[in-house]
Design a protein around this ligand. Sequence first.
Ligand SMILES: [Zn+2]
Length: 103
Amino acid sequence: MAFCPKCKAEMSATEIVCPSCGFDFPTATTDSPPGKSGIAHSPLADIALMISTFAGSIACLIAIGFSLISLSTGQFFNGLVLGPIAFFLQLGMVVVFLRVQED
Ligand SMILES: [Zn+2]
């Protein structure tokens, strides 16, 4: 239960206009999203993100190469399991990096 700040009448907490006196509550601004600040939005973080995206792309290619070399030398576990896992891990990271940079 809430009370109107103007006429002190009881009113529902969900009502935005007092039913007794018609007092119109100002729109709440306390729930505004936090500003983009801090280390995660610093220029250094942006550079780190770009380098990480680049490094992740290189690591994807390395993982493919690792798989192909392993298969050609008969190391099927490395070629069919470890290589693909490393590839998708790196690919997923690159996708995440690219998506956050779209904001
Ligand atoms: Zn009122």
